[in-house]
Ligand binder design. Structure first.
Ligand code: SF4
Length: 352
């Protein structure tokens, strides 16, 4: 007797050769609900990564902050609630420190670095962003500079960013639900972020964006698979999508979201694998963990984070990551060993 193949299996089979559709992605989110099925999904997503981008892991450095955050009220899940110094002027690197930071990453051999900062609204924010980016781009010809400081500039400013020499723009949505956005980021607008991403694509700059799994979900709610699929496919219209990041929501202590459930790790790795079946050649973050590697990730973010000493961000929960002083109050977390270890031990080629 002939048994027909379950629908999710036929989607996975087809996905080995072709990108999946929106409805197929939704089916996978709904149907992959067990250990065995997750392994089946991983097998295909890993194979697609190997075939399309190879077993090669890219690294992204991190420097923060380049701008303070003036969003009022702060986003309801922001780190600012747990540490009042974060994204204030105390957190912002001086011009000299920024130059040292970029040159340090260049000397380490990194090919790209994300400059993080808060959303500095208004004219002041635009000026500060242009100024800091000019310093960073001049400091190194070899490190591609990516900016991630929210809408600290207008959509049309991306042409100016291009002129300055920026490689890519991360203007993260984290959720594509207008309602969640309004509730959780009342001082900001999703519409403005969408315009920045659209203009970034038009300008020919690279795009990075982040989906936060579990953001705004209640303890008893079903996962919003439709919303995650809408997020993932929103970016399919952009030629210059280069990086997709998928992280679980973390309920930050002392924030209005502190009692909300943390994002599911299972759903996060499922989303990474499903993203790989959609965006075959896009760099997908998460390659520092074994689960991320199994799910088809090929990029490690936040390598060698450089910040003011009070922040020393990016230390590993298990290893005693080395924090080294670079210049005045500037430190680097030497996390290369721990963030690349899994990939190396699993036989991947790591960019450095
Ligand atoms: S824009 Fe970023 S730094 Fe500013 S409040 Fe929102 S999450 Fe925090």
């Amino acid at each position: 007797m002939k048994h027909s193949m379950p629908y999710y299996v036929s989607i996975l089979k087809k996905a080995l050769k072709d990108p999946i559709s929106k409805s197929e992605a939704l089916t996978l989110f709904k149907k992959i609900q067990s250990y065995d099925k997750l392994l089946e999904l991983f097998k295909v997503a890993g194979k697609v990564r190997d075939d399309e981008v190879g077993r090669k892991i890219k690294l992204m450095g991190f420097i923060a902050s380049i701008t303070p955050c003036t969003v009022d009220p702060p986003c309801r899940y922001c780190f600012r609630w747990s540490n009042s110094k974060l994204f204030t002027s105390d957190d912002v690197l001086s011009d000299e420190e920024l130059e040292v930071a970029v040159k340090t990453l260049e000397a380490k051999g990194l090919k790209r670095a994300e400059l993080g900062g808060g959303t500095y609204l208004g004219e002041e924010g635009r000026k500060a962003t242009f100024h800091k980016l000019t310093i960073a781009c001049k400091a190194s010809g070899k490190v591609g500079i990516w900016i991630n400081n929210g809408p600290s500039f207008r959509p049309e400013d991306v042409y100016k960013l291009k002129e300055i020499g920026v490689e890519g723009v991360a203007c993260n949505f984290e959720t594509i639900s207008e309602e969640k956005y309004r509730k959780l980021r009342p001082g900001l607008s999703l519409e403005v972020r969408k315009k920045i991403v659209e203009e970034t694509d038009r300008a020919g700059l690279d795009i990075d964006n982040t989906l936060m799994i579990g953001l705004g979900e209640g303890w008893d709610e079903q996962h919003p698979y439709d919303e995650w699929v809408d997020f993932l496919f929103y970016f399919s219209k952009f030629r210059n999508l280069r990086i997709m990041e998928i992280h679980p929501f973390r309920p930050i202590r002392n924030s209005p979201c502190q009692n909300m459930p943390p994002g599911s790790e299972f759903e996060t790795v499922k989303a990474i694998a499903i993203a790989r079946l959609i965006y075959r050649r896009v760099d997908i973050s998460g390659a520092q963990s074994i689960l991320g590697l199994l799910a088809g990730a090929n990029l490690i973010m936040h390598v060698y984070p450089i910040t003011k000493s009070f922040r020393a961000w990016g230390r590993h929960p298990l290893y005693h990551s080395r924090v080294e002083k670079l210049h005045k109050d500037l430190v680097i977390v030497n996390n290369l060993f721990e963030v690349t270890r899994n990939a190396r031990e699993m036989g991947f080629e790591v960019e450095l």
